[in-house]
Ligand binder design. Structure first.
Ligand SMILES: NC(=O)C1=CN([C@@H]2O[C@H](COP(=O)(O)OP(=O)(O)OC[C@H]3O[C@@H](n4cnc5c(N)ncnc54)[C@H](OP(=O)(O)O)[C@@H]3O)[C@@H](O)[C@H]2O)C=CC1
Ligand SMILES: N[C@@H](CCC(=O)OP(=O)(O)O)C(=O)O
Length: 452
C-alpha cells in the first residue's frame, strides 16, 4: 500500500470511528490542542523564524515577493493570539452536526428526519500562512471531519511543529491519531487526488492555477478558494469621506490578502471631485496608482502628486485582471453603475466587491447585480473573512458556488443525511403505499434533534 493510500485510509477510518465519539470529546480535543500549542509556543515561533530567514533569502534573490513574508510571519501583530482565540471561539460555537432541518411523519409511526452531519474526509491545500493549519484543523474537529492538510512549502518548519502540537493534543483524547494529518509535498497531493475512495472533498485554497490544476486532476469534488481580484466602485452619489476610508482600507490594511482591493472603479462624475482626494490618500499610503486616461488626466490637472514612496502610471488592460497582492491598484473610469457592474462581472474573480454610495437604489442594484461571493455597501472588502463574519475562524474564502461561498466556517464543512424509523408493529414497507393504497401523511414534526 502506498503512503498516500495509508494516509487516506487512515483518515477515512478515523472519520468513521469519530462518528460515535460524542461532540463533547471533540470540544475537549480543541481545548487540549490549544494547551499543547501554548506549551510549545517558543519552539514553534523559533521554527517560524527559520522559515522567515529562508524566505528572506528568496525575497532578496528576487524569487519571492515581500507579500509572502507578512503572510508567513506567525509572530506578526496578534496572529498567534488570534489563532489560539479562534480555537476557543470555535469550541464555543453551537454544535453543527445532528441538527434537524426537515422532519415528517410519513405515516402513523413512520418518521423521517434530515440531519446535519460531517462531510467526511477533507484534503485541504493552502498557502504559506502557518496559522491556517490550526484554523482548519479546529473547524474540522468541531464539525466531525477528518482532515489531511498541506500548507505552502515556505512554512514547512512552522507547519510541522503546529501539526505535532495538534497530534499531541489528539493523543490525549479518544479521537483517532489519524484524524488530522499533514503532508508537505505536491507529490503527496497528486497521489491523494487519486484516493476518491477515501477522500470526500478537496479544498484548494490558493491561486487560480492551483484550483484549476486540482479540478483537472481528480474525481473528488472540489471546493475552490481561488484568487481575490476584488474591487471598490465609487458611485456618482458617494460620500467623499467614506470613499477615502473604504478605498484606503480595502487596499492597504493587508495588501497580500485575497480580500484586498485590486481595482478601483470611478463613476465618471466623480473623477475630478472625489477621485483626487482618494488618490491623495492612497499615495500618502505608498500605493502605486495604475490609471486609465480619464483618472490620469484628472490627477495631472490637479495638485495631486506622488511622493517618492508611491507613483502614478498609465494602466494596461492586464492590470485589471491582475491580483497585485501589493500596494498597487488599477483605476478605471466608467459612465454608469450598470457599466461598473458589467465590468466587475467580466473582470473580477467573483470574490468580494464594494460600492461607495449614498443611494439606496444604487446599493440595492449593486448588491444584487454583482455576481460575487461578497457584495458590500460603504464597507471595506477586508471584512470578507470568517473571523470577522463571526464564524470563529475560516477554512478560507470560497470563490465557488456549490455548497459554500465566501468565507467558509462550520456550515461549509457539514452536509446532511436522512434518518427514518418505523414504530409500527410490523415495520413499514413501501409497497403498501401509492395509487389505490394507503396515502402518505407527510405531517410536519417539530424536532431540533432526532429522537432515536
Ligand atoms: N480564497 C482564499 O481563501 C484564499 C486565496 N488565496 C490566494 O492564494 C494566492 C497566494 O498564495 P500562493 O502561495 O501564491 O498560492 P499558490 O497557489 O501558489 O500555493 C498555495 C498552495 O497550493 C500549492 N500548490 C500550488 N500549485 C499547486 C499544484 N499545481 N499542485 C499542487 N499544489 C499546488 C502550494 O504548494 P507549494 O508549497 O509546493 O508551492 C501551496 O501549498 C493568491 O492568489 C491569493 O489570493 C490565498 C489565501 C486565501
Ligand atoms: N481572510 C484572511 C486572509 C485570507 C487570505 O487571503 O490569506 P492570504 O492570501 O494568505 O493573505 C484575512 O482577511 O486576514
Amino acid at each position: 500500500m502506498s503512503s498516500a493510500e495509508e494516509i487516506a485510509r487512515g483518515a477515512k477510518a478515523a472519520f468513521e470511528k469519530s462518528q460515535l465519539v460524542p461532540a463533547s470529546e471533540r470540544i475537549n480535543a480543541l481545548h487540549v490542542i490549544r494547551q499543547e500549542l501554548e506549551a510549545h509556543k517558543a519552539e514553534i515561533l523559533a521554527a517560524n523564524v527559520e522559515d522567515l530567514k529562508a524566505a528572506q533569502v528568496e525575497v532578496e534573490a528576487g524569487k519571492m515577493d515581500n507579500a509572502m513574508l507578512s503572510r508567513l510571519n506567525l509572530d506578526k501583530g496578534d496572529k498567534w493570539d488570534s489563532m489560539l482565540q479562534g480555537i476557543s471561539d470555535v469550541a464555543a460555537l453551537p454544535e453543527p452536526t445532528g441538527k434537524v432541518s426537515y422532519a415528517r411523519e410519513l405515516d402513523d409511526g413512520l418518521e423521517l428526519y434530515r440531519v446535519s452531519c460531517p462531510i467526511g474526509v477533507l484534503l485541504v491545500i493552502f498557502e504559506a500562512r502557518p496559522e491556517v493549519v490550526v484554523n482548519i484543523a479546529t473547524l474540522a474537529i468541531k464539525s466531525g471531519n477528518a482532515a489531511i492538510l498541506k500548507g505552502g512549502k515556505e512554512s514547512n518548519r512552522t507547519t510541522l511543529l503546529l501539526s505535532k502540537a495538534i497530534s499531541a493534543g489528539l493523543a490525549k483524547t479518544s479521537l483517532p491519531s489519524t484524524y488530522i494529518q499533514t503532508i508537505q509535498t505536491r507529490a503527496e497531493v497528486s497521489s491523494l487526488l487519486d484516493m476518491d475512495r477515501y477522500i470526500d472533498l478537496v479544498i484548494p485554497r490558493g491561486s487560480n492555477s492551483l484550483v484549476k490544476n486540482i479540478q483537472n486532476n481528480t474525481r473528488i469534488p472540489v471546493m475552490g478558494h481561488a484568487d481575490g481580484i476584488c474591487s471598490v466602485y465609487i458611485d456618482e452619489s458617494a460620500n467623499v469621506d467614506k470613499a477615502v476610508r473604504v478605498v484606503v482600507d480595502s487596499k492597504t490594511d493587508y495588501p497580500s490578502a485575497c480580500n484586498a482591493a485590486e481595482t478601483l472603479i470611478l463613476h465618471e462624475s466623480v473623477v475630478t471631485t472625489i477621485w483626487p482626494k482618494v488618490a491623495e490618500a492612497l499615495l500618502a499610503a505608498n500605493v502605486k496608482l495604475l490609471c486609465d486616461a480619464p483618472s490620469l488626466a484628472a490627477l495631472q490637472s490637479s495638485s495631486v502628486s506622488a511622493p517618492a514612496s508611491a507613483s502614478i502610471a498609465p494602466s494596461t488592460d492586464a492590470d485589471y485582471s491582475t491580483e497585485h497582492l501589493s500596494l498597487t491598484i488599477a483605476v478605471k473610469t466608467l459612465p454608469s453603475l450598470q457599466a461598473a457592474m458589467e465590468w466587475i462581472n467580466a473582470h473580477s474573480s467573483h470574490h468580494t466587491d464594494s460600492i461607495v454610495t449614498e443611494s439606496d437604489e444604487a446599493a440595492h442594484i449593486f448588491t444584487r447585480g454583482v455576481d460575487s461571493a461578497g457584495t458590500f455597501v460603504n464597507a471595506s472588502t477586508r471584512f470578507a473573512d470568517g473571523f470577522r463574519y463571526g464564524f470563529g475562524t475560516e477554512v478560507g474564502i470560497s470563490t465557488g458556488r456549490i455548497h459554500a461561498r465566501g468565507p467558509v466556517g462550520l456550515e461549509g464543512l457539514v452536509t446532511y443525511k436522512y434518518m427514518m424509523k418505523s414504530k409500527g408493529a410490523k415495520g413499514h414497507i413501501a409497497s403498501e403505499f401509492g395509487a389505490g393504497k394507503k396515502a402518505y401523511k407527510h405531517a410536519p414534526i417539530e424536532a431540533s434533534s432526532v429522537p432515536f
